[in-house]
Design a protein around this ligand. Structure first.
Ligand SMILES: [Zn+2]
Length: 436
């Protein structure tokens, strides 16, 4: 089916940064044409009137622990260290009993549904468990695509390592169904040379990316200083581990020398500003990373560390947090939208497929409904205020239409793929039953 979006104010995020009224033609899952002139309709075209809409590329959520969404809002008022070590949230029983296989499945379904309704078309899921779970079912049912970061442990609570064969089977299932497996490596407290190098060899063998939580908290930084008299980035560089396959999440504590190493190695960063505020991690040097040319993506993190999965809120938070520390011109609205779109695509090596509205790319894009008091007025003078409306005024609930790989998944703000009421009822039932 062809989809024709007419007269829509289009923010392409193409390198030239075009913002203009365009018609967009989608065919066979690709963006076939983006034109300032009208595109001729054909019989059977699905035509969308874009005259009160803004089109933006599909958003990329670069870091979410989706299998704990049923724990939304719990563990509040605690740092990550306190959650992990000194509270009821750190009880193994909590993870083991409350987050059983069914709860994890519906956690992922709920997170994916929330994400796609809010304009996310690609999500990087970092589940705590993957072994034995149906990894691709939530993608298939909700209609979103993404990556799954596969923990090197079969069970993260016992530390039991995965067998290479079963690990590769899971990775190849994801690849076969059009998703991206990513190899997980430990955060700083788990740094062991042999393990890190083995996991890098797995990423090379699968020809995929490798993810780790990197330089997120002061206690993790201190653990590397005490053990190796180094920073995590310097330690990994010296090990020969850093390269263009590596995605570091958070990257809060990166000094100038670390950033130079990241730049030289081609490694990338995903920042989660709301989560880092909520658990008091700190403020990452995002404006420096951006100006130094290191790919930066944006993530919400999981439900214990954010409570919501709204990338519009995240874009605003990213921008404002940088400005508190470094001034009003430190991170622009364009920089912030870039992190949620093309920057995220660069992080996952998908910049030729996703992240901008360009002919030939996958047709994953979002239409925002501008018929809202908080999205009025739209200024057209000079650069106008379009980018500010998107990054500072819009909310996830302003998303009208979401198209993923040429398929309409959300229309008129309604998720078309699943019974949302039934999903919410199931999640509430599980929460009532499990969290006692
Ligand atoms: Zn995380």
């Amino acid at each position: 089916m062809r989809i024709l979006i007419e007269k829509v104010l289009t923010v392409t995020m193409h390198e030239r940064g075009e913002i203009d009224h365009c018609s967009i033609l989608i065919e066979d899952g690709r963006i076939e044409r983006v034109s300032r002139n009208a595109i001729e309709k054909m019989d059977g075209d699905h035509v969308i009137d874009g005259s009160r809409m803004i089109a933006i590329p599909g958003l990329i959520n670069g870091h979410v622990h989706c299998d704990i969404t049923l724990a939304r809002g719990l563990g509040d008022g605690l740092t990550l260290f306190e959650q992990d070590n000194q509270s009821w949230v750190s009880r193994k029983k909590w993870y083991r009993n409350e987050l059983n296989r069914e709860a994890r499945h519906y956690s992922r379904m709920l997170q994916y549904a929330e994400a796609v309704k809010g304009g996310t078309t690609f999500i990087c899921d970092v589940p705590f468990w993957w072994y034995g779970d149906d990894l691709t079912a939530p993608f298939r049912e909700v209609g979103i695509v993404g990556a799954v970061v596969l923990d090197y442990r079969r069970d993260f609570l016992t530390g039991e390592l995965a067998e290479k064969r079963e690990y590769f089977d899971a990775a190849r299932q994801l690849q076969d169904e059009g998703h991206m497996p990513i190899v997980e490596a430990p955060a700083e407290e788990g740094f062991e040379d042999e393990l890190l190098l083995r996991l890098m060899s797995w990423a090379q063998e699968l020809d995929t990316l490798l993810h780790l939580h990197l330089a997120e908290t002061t206690w993790r930084m201190e653990s590397i200083r005490a053990r190796f008299n180094s920073t995590p980035v310097r330690y990994l560089r010296d090990l020969g581990f850093l390269n263009e396959r590596v995605i570091g999440s958070h990257g809060v504590y990166l000094n100038e020398a670390d950033r130079k190493i990241l730049h030289t190695s081609g490694s990338r960063i995903v920042n989660c500003p709301a989560a880092e505020m909520k658990i008091a991690d700190g403020i990452a040097p995002v404006s420096e990373l951006v100006s130094e040319g290191i790919p930066v993506g944006l993530g919400t993190d999981g439900a214990l560390w954010n409570d919501s999965s709204d990338l519009f809120a995240e874009m605003k938070t990213l921008m404002l947090l940088q400005r508190v520390l470094k001034g009003a011109d430190s991170l622009s609205a364009h920089d912030s939208l870039h992190a949620a779109t093309l920057g995220g695509a660069q992080v996952f090596g998908l910049e030729n497929e996703l992240g901008s509205i360009e002919e030939g790319k996958a047709a994953s894009l979002v239409l925002l409904n501008c018929d809202r008091p908080h999205l009025t007025p739209l200024h057209r003078l000079d650069e106008g205020n379009v980018l500010q409306l998107i990054t500072s005024s819009a909310r996830a609930s302003d998303v009208d239409t979401v198209i993923v790989d040429g398929k309409i998944i959300v229309e008129g703000g309604v998720l078309l793929t699943i019974d949302e009421e039934a999903l919410m009822a199931k999640c509430q039932e599980l929460a009532d039953r499990q969290f006692t």
